[in-house]
Design a protein around this ligand. Structure first.
Ligand code: URA
Length: 233
């Protein structure tokens, strides 16, 4: 038997902070084994008891957090460190809420990464049907010719599967900006490799309406209401 206080249980599940969980409990939004529990000290057995919360109502009590981070190279998009990958992006942001990255950037990729505790944003940004634009700055080891850029623009087949056409702008002899509307695993690296130009450095510089701008590496900001609105539109 593993007994924990109900508010601790709810925070461990990522549903709300402990303080918010107390408000949910007091408001009668939490059921244990089918019964509404409004007592603060209620304890539950993690392995046996069935805890239910009214997800829709929870949003009113939960402080939603939206962060834009300039992810450094070497950090992984995860909430749990491992021996191989001890450096995780959530360690870079201290907001007193349990947040998680929206989608992924590879360990070796830097740039704009969103972190939030709002599950609906995740779907709006990374679900393929959202077709959200993501823009990357890519550098190569050697100058890239127009022919290779045209192949990237047309869409490249990866493991027999076609990818959507992309928008590509050359910004230097060995540097481009590329805009994708999908997010297959390591897509930029793989399509560039496929046309014969392996990526040297990769940085995400925009997600939909949100630009990385001059934000220093490892720094972050809280999104404004209008930035969040833009992302959700
Ligand atoms: N494409 C990649 O190859 N890596 C990323 O991190 C993002 C897009």
């Amino acid at each position: 038997m593993t007994l924990v206080r109900l508010n601790k249980y709810l925070s461990e599940q990522g549903i709300a902070s402990r303080r918010e969980a107390d408000k949910l409990i007091a408001a009668g939004l939490v059921k244990v084994n089918g019964k509404v529990m409004t007592e603060m000290g209620t304890k539950v057995d993690k392995e046996v008891d069935k805890v239910e919360v009214d997800e829709e109502q929870v949003k009113k009590y939960k402080k939603l957090v939206y962060i834009a981070l300039n992810k450094p190279k070497g950090y992984v998009c995860s909430t749990k460190p491992t021996r191989e990958d001890p450096d995780i992006v959530t360690d870079l942001v201290d907001v007193g809420e349990r947040i998680y990255p929206v989608g992924r950037l590879d360990k070796e990729t830097s740039g704009l990464l969103l972190l939030t505790n709002d599950g609906t944003l995740v779907n709006q940004i990374i679900h393929p049907s959202s077709e959200s634009e993501k823009e990357y700055e890519v550098t190569f080891h050697k100058p890239i010719p127009e022919g290779a850029l045209d192949k990237l623009r047309a869409g490249v087949k990866l493991a027999g599967e076609s990818t959507l056409p992309t928008k590509v702008k050359k910004v230097g002899p060995a540097k481009i900006h590329i805009i994708l509307k999908e997010g297959k695993n390591r897509q930029v690296r793989r399509i560039c490799q496929k046309v014969g130009y392996p990526v040297n450095t990769l940085k995400r510089i925009r997600i939909k309406n949100l630009y990385l701008g001059e934000l220093p590496i490892g720094r972050w900001w809280n999104l404004t209401e209008s930035e969040v609105k833009g992302l959700k539109s």
